[in-house]
Design a binder for this molecule. Structure first.
Ligand SMILES: [Zn+2]
Length: 142
């Protein structure tokens, strides 16, 4: 398979033949198809491991009787968090497969992944803040 290099710049992103370090169009950093493929494999292995881990946790949960000791709201919240994570892992696996097969990154997928990640982190931070607030309020109430 012939090597090619892809520009990592957000605004450029062209692909040229051969292993080129500096983009001829914008002067940005370029990554070869070989290193993108290697990175794709690492991502793929991480994704598969995460899936296996989640499956194992789910099985352990079911083996424990499947009883959720919490409110309905907490159960829904946990379910939402897990499905969000599954969606993220699925997209990450698709992106890593794309990287392994083509030796390029799919910019739209990467952007979606970064967006999902920031929404997830923001959600955790916000929920943590809300949790602290409720604790504070209940401390005042008692
Ligand atoms: Zn470029």
């Amino acid at each position: 398979m012939a090597d090619h290099s892809t520009c990592m710049s957000r605004s450029c992103g062209i692909t040229v033949d051969g292993i080129v370090k500096i983009c001829p169009q914008c002067g940005g950093f370029m990554r070869s198809s070989r290193s993108i493929r290697a990175f794709g494999w690492v991502m793929l292995i991480c994704g598969v491991t995460a899936f296996a881990l989640m499956g194992w946790m789910f099985r352990a949960f079911l083996a424990g009787g499947g009883a959720f000791t919490g409110t309905r709201g907490q159960a829904l919240f946990a379910l939402g968090g897990v499905s969000f994570l599954v969606l993220f892992l699925l997209l990450a696996s698709v992106e890593s497969l794309y990287m392994v097969v083509t030796g390029r990154t799919n910019r739209r997928l990467v952007r979606t992944l970064l967006l999902l990640l920031s929404v997830y982190i923001l959600g955790i931070v916000l929920l943590g803040m809300i949790g602290n607030l409720t604790n504070l309020l209940s401390a005042f109430g008692s």
